[in-house]
Each structure stands twice: as structure tokens, then as C-alpha cells.
Design a binder for this molecule. Structure first.
Ligand SMILES: *Cc1c(COP(=O)(O)O)cnc(C)c1O
Length: 338
């Protein structure tokens, strides 16, 4: 009963097999290998974006911070949700890699920035020489509350941001889960909705240390490469990162795994609905949910060895992974029910 995070899950056999196959002889280093070339083509095709540039890093934090640095000068501000990962969980990396830009926190219910919140932040901004200049909007899909923005919602927010001259970044640590929920195409969820740069997360959905920065404006590519190297994130044995992601996309595996994780969270949510005194805090759109449960239910689950984050006040976060099973979910529900 492991519901602490999807990044604690193992990698599926297909990914390990791809690594073994990639482990043949010599291959050019620093991303000049055949795996990287094929992966770039695959992502361009999947995103219907023949000009897109793809650069791999090994953490989502690096993908986010380097992406934001492309669109935010040191005297700029990144607008993001109050509870965004970049604001709460990256130890100041966005501020560091932008050389000191400010994160400006925007409100919105259920973990999503609202149009009103964004308008207030954009129109209320002090544009004088005394203030940081709003430079980039960062959205997270799946959001930190486990909710999902539709492409139309992203497009509306991106349009507002662009009308004020901002760049648009999408933190897609759980991008595949957001696609699986909405059925949207990768293109509709990103560049067609106005997204300039995507942090495409693999680690939460079955890969090990494999994340891509997808640039829809290739003019930013060289700068990203230099920033990545300077940050110490240019992996020399890149073939092992690229080979994982290649196998992930093969036959739609990334979406199948994400859809499975989402289905497990839906099963969990349905079970929680039926438990006296249990309450879901947000709509359950993808593979992560937040609930409030009686103390006794938590005590029983913990005593039975269930692992998940408690946030105090009876609230907890439960995350399902590509390999979570019906039996795992039902066992957790049974301990909650008592
Ligand atoms: C997990 C996560 C990341 C990336 O985190 P790393 O630990 O740096 O890989 C980024 N954004 C969100 C929303 C996440 O959940």
C-alpha cells in the first residue's frame, strides 16, 4: 500500500529492456547518439511540431528552472499558483537559475490559476522602474492539487499572459496523466494553447531520471543548451536517458501507464466517497488525490503499513502510479473503513 508518490514506483520491464538494448558498444556522448536523434523526431511528430527542440535533463526541477530562465530576466517575475511546485518544492532553483527573478503567487481554487486571479496580477502589476517586471506565466498540469486544466483553460490563461508580453511555461511533471484525462493531443495542450516551453516529466510515470524540456520556439534552443551545461545538467551518457523516453513513447505506453494510474485514483476516490466521515478536498481528475479522513482511519492504515503523506488536520495526499493495482487500492480502502 504505497501511495506516497508516483516517483517511488519502479520502472516497467519495457524501460529496463530498452536500457539493456541501449547498452551495446560505444555511442556518441552528450546527446549526439542515435537514441536522442530518434527521440527528437518522435517528440516532434507526437507534438505535431516539426521545429520543436528537445533537451533532456534528469530532474523536473532542472527542467522547470532552466525553462523559466529562458523567459525571465533577473529583474522579471514568474507568475505561478500559490502552491506551485516551483514556489514550494524547488529550494529556490527558479530564482537561482533566473539569476534572481521573483515568483509572484497567484490564487485560484483547486490548485488552478483562475482568469480573475491572473488578470488581477497582470493589471495590478507595478511596471515602474521600482518593481520586478512580469515576464513569464508558469502553469502546472496536472496541478499540485491533482486537478487538470483543459486545453481551452490553458489557452485562455496563455492568451491573457501573452497580451501582456509574458512567455508561457507548462510544468508537465504529470503531463501524460493530464493528456490521459482530457484525451487532448500533446499539441492542443501546449503550443496550440500558447505554451512556449514544456517541462515534460517522465520520472513520475515510469522512467528513472528522465525529463525533457520541449521548446516550441527553436530560437531559444542554443541558450537552453548553454544554460543546461552551465547548470551541470548536460549528461554525457545521454543515450541511457533518451533510450528510456524512446521506449516510453513506443506504442503509446506513456499514455497507457498514465491512464492506468488515473483509473486507480478514480477507484480510490469512489471508495473514499462511500466511507463515513471521509471527504475529498478537490476534484479527482488524474492520479493524485487529497482527502480528509477520521484520525482512527489514518491510525488503522498506518498500523497496517500503508504509506502516504499526512498534512495534518486529518488531511492526506494519496498518489497512484502506473503499477498500482486494484488490490493495493482495495486494501487501503479496507484499512480506512476498519
Ligand atoms: C515532481 C514534480 C516536479 C519535479 O520534481 P523533481 O523532484 O525535481 O524531479 C516538478 N513539478 C511538479 C508539479 C512535480 O510534482
Amino acid at each position: 500500500m504505497f501511495f506516497a508518490s508516483d516517483n517511488a514506483a519502479p520502472c516497467p520491464p519495457a524501460i529496463m529492456d530498452a536500457l539493456v538494448r541501449a547498452n551495446e558498444g560505444f555511442a556518441k556522448s552528450y546527446g549526439a547518439d542515435a537514441h536522442m536523434a530518434r527521440l527528437r523526431d518522435t517528440i516532434r511528430t507526437l507534438f505535431d511540431a516539426p521545429e520543436a527542440e528537445v533537451h533532456l535533463v534528469t530532474t523536473g526541477t532542472a527542467a522547470n528552472a532552466l525553462s523559466l530562465a529562458l523567459y525571465t530576466p533577473p529583474y522579471g517575475a514568474v507568475l505561478c499558483h500559490r502552491h506551485a511546485h516551483i514556489a514550494e518544492d524547488e529550494c529556490g532553483a527558479p530564482e537561482f537559475f533566473t539569476a534572481g527573478a521573483k515568483l509572484q503567487l497567484v490564487d485560484g481554487v483547486d490548485g488552478k490559476i483562475s482568469a480573475d486571479g491572473l488578470i488581477a496580477a497582470l493589471e495590478g502589476a507595478d511596471r515602474s522602474v521600482h518593481a520586478v517586471q512580469p515576464s513569464c506565466l508558469s502553469l502546472t498540469n496536472v496541478s499540485e492539487a491533482g486537478t487538470v486544466y483543459t486545453p481551452a483553460e490553458i489557452a485562455a490563461l496563455a492568451k491573457l499572459a501573452k497580451s501582456h508580453g509574458l512567455g508561457v511555461h507548462l510544468d508537465g511533471a504529470r503531463f501524460a496523466n493530464a493528456l490521459a484525462t482530457t484525451g487532448a493531443t500533446p499539441a492542443d495542450m501546449t503550443w496550440r494553447a500558447g505554451v512556449d516551453v514544456l517541462s515534460l516529466g517522465g520520472t513520475k510515470n515510469g522512467l528513472m531520471a528522465a525529463e525533457a524540456v520541449v521548446l516550441f520556439n527553436p530560437a531559444k534552443s542554443w541558450e537552453l543548451e548553454l544554460r543546461r551545461k552551465r547548470a551541470g545538467h548536460l549528461t554525457s551518457k545521454m543515450r541511457y536517458v533518451a533510450a528510456q523516453m524512446e521506449a516510453w513513447f513506443e506504442g503509446g505506453r506513456w499514455l497507457d501507464m498514465a491512464a492506468h494510474a488515473n483509473a486507480m485514483a478514480a477507484r480510490l476516490a469512489a471508495g473514499l466517497h462511500a466511507i463515513e466521515g471521509a471527504e475529498l478536498l478537490y476534484p479527482v481528475d488524474a492520479n493524485m488525490l487529497f482527502a480528509r479522513l477520521p484520525d482512527a482511519a489514518h491510525a488503522r492504515a498506518k498500523a497496517a503499513g500503508a504509506q502516504y503523506h499526512e498534512m495534518g488536520d486529518g488531511t492526506c495526499r494519496l498518489v497512484c502510479a502506473w503499477c498500482t493495482t486494484d488490490a493495493h487500492v482495495d486494501a487501503l480502502l479496507a484499512t480506512f473503513r476498519g
